[in-house]
Design a protein around this ligand. Structure first.
Ligand code: SAM
Ligand code: SF4
Length: 335
């Protein structure tokens, strides 16, 4: 038996989020600038390297893999990677394989994802208004994403919608989005906007819509029941008694989840971030590339990295000042 990954605060790390590309077919304003410079291809882990890397994590006890990006489904031949990870599901070494996607390519890939063992997808969608969708994603088109959602549900994938809560943008759609999700039997999670990336000249705090305010508004329309469910991450859930839906709130800026944090994040260049809100990272690409035979070096590097996982993060929006602001983009670390 291989010893599990346990950090200095006795938290077992069994959840890996993997960014497989920094590229994307959208340019969401809170995530990317319009003219992004992407990494040279040679910096990225190849699909084979991603397979070796993730398989090593699975061997070390990771039971849940979430594939993200950038937009994971724009990476060429990405289905070969999903197939490889699907084998770990078949062997029982991996319990869940999921992805976070903008939905644009799901019409093409939903059936194949299901065949690889994927059963749930998170689809990011901040508005169901076509014009507003084009505005927030810059390059995205809503009908294409809607066809993707149809295809996902038809393939048998359970869909959860993730919406970034943006003051003055989708505040007025809170009920419409909720009802739309209910009508399609989809759960919904609201994400508080994070001090990341680059919003151009716009002030991030102008768009900051605290989820406690959103929750208060929601409670004026529905009966909310708190759910005890915890996933080891920043999400908290309620059930809407009127619709039976589960609604999640992800408030990454609060500190109240760090003590149960079970996850680490791998960038598309093979850097492991131990905490979303800290700069501590370990380069795993070098040990990976250095250990063509066997994964001893890589395993040692992963274990050493887990020893560096910090107790918690440094985000703080209090007193209207963004402390602990991160310079890296979500599309690099993976959301
Ligand atoms: N392209 C895929 C997508 O959009 O789902 C996966 C990558 S994206 C970086 C993952 C998630 O991060 C999305 O749900 C997106 O809305 C969220 N995200 C990006 N920038 C964010 C920010 N500044 N604050 C909060 N969430 C953000
Ligand atoms: Fe692309 Fe996702 Fe970032 Fe939007 S949030 S630009 S879809 S990576």
């Amino acid at each position: 038996m291989t010893a599990p990954l346990i950090d200095p605060f006795q938290r077992t790390v069994n959840y890996l989020r993997v960014s497989v590309t920094d590229r994307c077919d959208f340019r969401c304003v809170y995530c990317m600038s319009e003219n992004m410079t992407f990494l040279p291809k040679k910096e990225l882990l190849t699909l084979e390297e991603l397979d070796r890397m993730c398989s090593t994590f699975v061997r070390l006890g990771v039971q849940k893999l979430r594939i993200t990006g950038g937009e994971p489904l724009v990476r060429r031949d990405i289905m070969t990677f999903f197939e490889a990870m699907g084998h770990h599901l078949e062997s029982g070494d991996l319990q869940e394989l999921t992805l976070t996607t903008n939905g644009s390519q799901l019409e093409r890939f939903a059936d194949q994802l299901y065949a690889c063992g994927v059963r749930r997808v998170n689809i990011s969608l901040d508005t169901i208004d076509e014009a507003k969708f084009a505005e927030i994603t810059r390059w995205g088109r809503l009908p294409q994403v809607m066809r993707g959602i149809d295809a996902a549900q038809k393939a048998g994938l359970r869909v959860k919608i993730n919406a970034v809560a943006l003051k003055g943008f989708n505040e007025d759609e809170m009920i419409a989005i909720t009802e739309w999700c209910a009508s399609r039997d989809m759960d919904l999670t609201w994400i508080e906007v994070m001090p990341m990336g680059d919003l151009g000249n716009e002030d991030r705090l102008d768009q900051y819509w605290p989820l406690k305010d959103l929750r208060t508004s929601l409670a004026e329309h529905y009966t909310l029941t708190d759910l005890a469910e915890r996933t080891g991450g920043p999400a908290r859930y309620v059930r809407l008694e009127e619709t039976g839906q589960k609604i999640g709130f992800i408030t990454p800026l609060t500190h109240n989840f760090c003590e149960s944090c079970n996850r680490v994040r791998l960038t598309c260049t093979g850097q492991l971030y131990m905490c979303l809100g800290q700069e501590d990272m370990a380069d795993l690409r070098e040990p990976l590339r250095a250990s063509a035979q066997g994964e001893g070096l890589l395993e040692d590097a992963i274990r050493a990295a887990i020893k560096l996982k910090p107790r918690g993060h440094d985000f703080d929006y209090s007193r209207h000042q963004v402390d602990g602001q991160m310079s890296r983009h979500m599309s690099h670390t993976g959301g």
